[in-house]
Design a binder for this molecule. Structure first.
Ligand code: NAX
Length: 331
């Protein structure tokens, strides 16, 4: 039998946490043969709710779940963790300035970075979900210098999956037959969902999404805005933000990172830019990646037309501004 893997979920008493921890305990993230020990962190006002989540995890009798740590102590939470899914953060409230929200999250991610740096297992993989996800991940990277930058990522897989979903609905094809969409840039409304290289498996072989949809106006317009605005549409409909889809996509992100992406398929991950595609180095930016042996690499050599170039630049500009704002909060 395999040794258990320790998985940290911060913000575990929140909405996404409530959807995510049972998925992890059922093997959705790491596989049906991989035992797990869940570490759940939240803040003192949520401690009682967190203890309720722990009770439910016990009550659900998950065979793979070998232990649960539920705590408000960040050091205890980070001890020995192999995977850290950072869902906890300070949400933007009505009337709050961007800088105030950024400042709260910078201080959270700075201190949690230090705790992970000091107490996580060697080679811990980190996924930041909490918004502003890319910039929180960047702050975490800055303050956990001994964690390799390759190990620090943010979630844009939900956006990626939303793009697959839109194509699959439009063409009435199975979602598992659609692949290689790309989310470029920030997990925000400036993200660029790109179908230029996306394909669909059909009975007549592989076809490009562009030839099958045959409606560039839709692909360059409504498709993009629907994916960009999907989070807002969910809030409008549900009165709460996306939770089950965020949790499921977080499992997809970690599973593909650990297990590897299928041959010929890429996924989107927010990763530390090395300057690929002329994206400024030093941002956490969403790129198309393939994963193998527990490491991602950015897919190279894709053609970028003028329409795409402009959109890649716009979302990079927003991330550079966010980075400057985050640094101004540290000063
Ligand atoms: P909730 O408000 O339901 O839960 C957040 C939890 O984090 C709360 O229980 C809170 O007490 C806890 N928390 C706050 N500060 C903390 C700290 N310092 N340490 C540990 N825990 C802390 O929000 P939820 O709907 O679960 O969303 C969580 C985050 O995910 C938000 O920042 C949200 O914006 C972000 N999202 C990111 C997505 C992505 O694709 N990257 C999509 C979904 C989601 O919107």
């Amino acid at each position: 039998a395999k040794d258990p893997v320790r998985v940290l979920v911060t913000g575990a008493a929140g909405q996404i946490g409530y959807a995510l921890v049972p998925m992890i305990a059922r093997g959705v993230m790491l596989g049906a043969d991989q035992p797990v020990i869940l570490h759940m962190l939240d803040i003192p006002p949520a401690a009682e709710a967190l203890s309720g989540v722990k009770m439910e995890l016990v009550d659900a009798a998950f065979p793979l779940l070998k232990g649960v740590v539920a705590t408000t102590d960040v050091v205890e939470a980070c001890k020995g963790v192999n995977i850290a899914v950072m869902v906890g953060g300070f949400p933007r409230k009505e009337g709050m300035e961007r800088k105030d929200v950024m400042s709260k999250n910078v201080s959270i991610y700075k201190s949690q970075a230090s705790a992970l740096e000091a107490h996580a297992a060697a080679n811990c993989k980190v996924l930041v979900v909490a918004n502003p996800a890319n910039t929180n991940a960047l702050i975490l990277k800055e303050f956990a210098p001994s964690i390799p930058e390759k190990n620090i990522t943010c979630l844009t897989r939900l956006d990626h999956n939303r793009a697959l979903g839109q194509v699959s609905e439009r063409l009435s094809v199975q979602i598992s037959d659609v692949k290689n969409v790309i989310i470029w840039g920030n997990h925000s409304s400036t993200q660029y969902p790109d179908v230029t290289h996306a394909t669909v498996k059909t009975s007549a072989g592989e076809k490009t999404v562009r030839e099958l949809v045959a409606d560039d106006a839709w692909l360059n317009g409504e498709f993009i805005s629907t994916v960009q605005q999907r989070g807002a549409a969910i809030i409008k409909a549900r009165k709460f933000s996306s939770a089950l889809s965020a949790a499921s996509s977080a499992c997809d992100h970690i599973r593909d990172w650990v297990v590897g992406t299928p041959e010929g398929t890429w996924v989107s991950m927010g990763v530390y830019s090395d300057g690929s595609y002329d994206v400024p180095a030093g941002l956490i930016y969403s790129f198309p990646v393939t994963c193998k042996n527990g490491e991602w690499s950015i897919v190279q050599g894709l053609s970028i037309d003028d329409f795409s170039r402009n959109k890649l630049n716009k979302t990079a500009e927003e991330l550079s501004e966010e980075k400057a704002l985050a640094y101004s909060c540290l000063a």
